[in-house]
Every structure is written in C-alpha cells, then in structure tokens.
Design a protein around this ligand. Structure first.
Ligand code: MN
Length: 257
C-alpha cells in the first residue's frame, strides 16, 4: 500500500492520532510583556464585519488584529538581531515545517522552582534514556506551564522582579543551537526564553543562539504530556507573512498509538 494510504488508514483506525499542540487564540490569550522602555505587541482581537445582518445577510466574518508573536506562534530567524540576515517567516521552506519531535519533560523541576533552567547535563541524561536528539527535528521542552495558559497572571507569574517562568541556561542554549542537529526549540511558555532571561548573558539566549543559527522557535505549546519522548511528527504551520518575523501557528503532532 502506498505510504500515504497507509497513513490515512492508520488515522482512520486510530493507530496514528493527531494531537493539537495549539492554544486557543482569543483576546484572553496571554502575551509577552516587556518592561519600559521597550515597545510591546498588541493582543489578539476580533472585529465583526457582518453576522447574517444588514451588513451581510447570509454571512458572518471578522477582521482580526494580532501581533506576529501572540499565542502559539513561530519565531523565524530574522526575529532576532543575531539572525537578521536569515529567513523571514515566509521564506522558511515548507519542507522544514513537517519534522520529527522529541519531548524532554522537566515539569517536576519547574513545579519545584519556577525559575528552573535546563542545563546540558539534563539533555545528556535524556539522550542516555532516549537516544540522540533528532537531526532536523524539534526539541519540545515540557515544563507543565501549559496548565497555566488560560490565566495570563499565572502564565507570566510576575512579581516586582519580573516574570518567573522556566527556561534554558545560556550555556545549554548555545550548545543546543550550535552543536546539535536540531531544527528548533518548542516551549510551553510565552517565549522560548526563561522569564528572567533579560538579565542573562547574553540576554534571551535561546532567541540569540537558535535564531542566530538559522533555527526556529515555537511557543505556548500545550498537550506535550500526550506525546512520547520520541517518535512524534510535528506539523508547524505559520502564515507566510511576507517579511514577517514570526506568525501565529497551528501546531499538530502525529503520534503512533
Ligand atoms: Mn516569538
């Protein structure tokens, strides 16, 4: 049987499941908040054009307003100064949007310490248990933060010192971006970097190293707990915004049951 027919049969029979990793997109979707003097994104919003009324008797439609980096979204290399000569989101080859994914679960660490940072030793331990990081694939970093995603205050978890949300140490970010064959990094938090990463050296190291290496980011993922440590296939579908630095994305995982 042709391989795509096999896939369709597996989907129909339930031996391959589609897991939606995308957060619902609404005016309540949490967004990044940068401190003064930096500019911030607008949230997502809908504005009704017509709804089966005088403005359009048989149809319902809306205009949308959104930042590129709102909700579950894709970071293209050009998003960061280190990747300024790299791809914008419309230039990312479609063939790179379907790729293997592995899941590293640090949710117990993050539950104990909201400022938890993943280190190289944690990734080495994961590789000991599950094999090498996938060539041309995603590292999905599970922290349990998706459980907070319906509540912007809990999601950002900020106090007078700023946001407390888990991330990756600068040393580990550099190693993952520059010395492993990964395609990109996916996270459950509002951005790929830790809540306190503005104070790291370099600031926002995941953005700096991954995008500087021509790799990608995915944020505000959910349902990573439903994926195996390895073996999932990820479909990440940002809009091809010409010249754009990123885009809200639908992110789906194919998982063999
Ligand atoms: Mn982003």
């Amino acid at each position: 049987m042709p391989v795509l027919d096999q896939l369709l049969a597996a989907l129909a029979g339930g031996s391959v499941e589609i897991v939606d990793l995308t957060a619902p997109l609404s005016d309540r979707t949490p967004i990044l908040r940068l401190p003064e003097p930096f500019a911030n994104t607008v949230p997502f919003s809908l504005r009704e054009i017509s709804r089966y009324d005088d403005r359009g008797p048989a149809w319902y439609w809306n205009d949308i307003t959104t930042g590129e980096h709102v909700g579950t979204h894709f970071d293209a290399p050009v998003h960061w100064a280190t990747g300024r000569d790299g791809e914008d989101v419309a230039q990312v080859p479609a063939g790179r949007l379907v790729a293997p994914a592995v899941v590293l679960d640090a949710s117990e660490h993050a539950a104990a310490d909201p400022d938890f940072l993943l280190e190289i030793e944690h990734v080495r331990a994961w590789e000991e248990a599950h094999g090498p990081l996938p060539d041309g694939g995603w590292l999905l970093y599970r922290t349990g933060w998706d459980a907070r995603s319906a509540d912007a205050e809990a999601f950002l978890n900020a106090d007078e010192n700023g946001s407390h949300a888990p991330g990756i140490s600068p040393e580990c970010a550099r190693w993952l971006a520059e010395e492993t064959p990964l395609l990109g990094l996916g996270v459950e938090t509002v951005g790929t970097d830790a809540g306190g990463a503005h104070a790291f050296d370099p600031p926002f190291p995941c953005h700096s190293y991954f995008l500087g290496a021509g790799k990608y980011g995915l944020t505000q993922l959910q349902n990573l707990s439903r994926l195996p440590a390895r073996g999932a296939v990820l479909v990440a579908a940002p809009l091809p915004i010409v010249g754009g630095s990123g885009s809200p994305a639908r992110v789906l995982a194919l998982v063999e049951r």
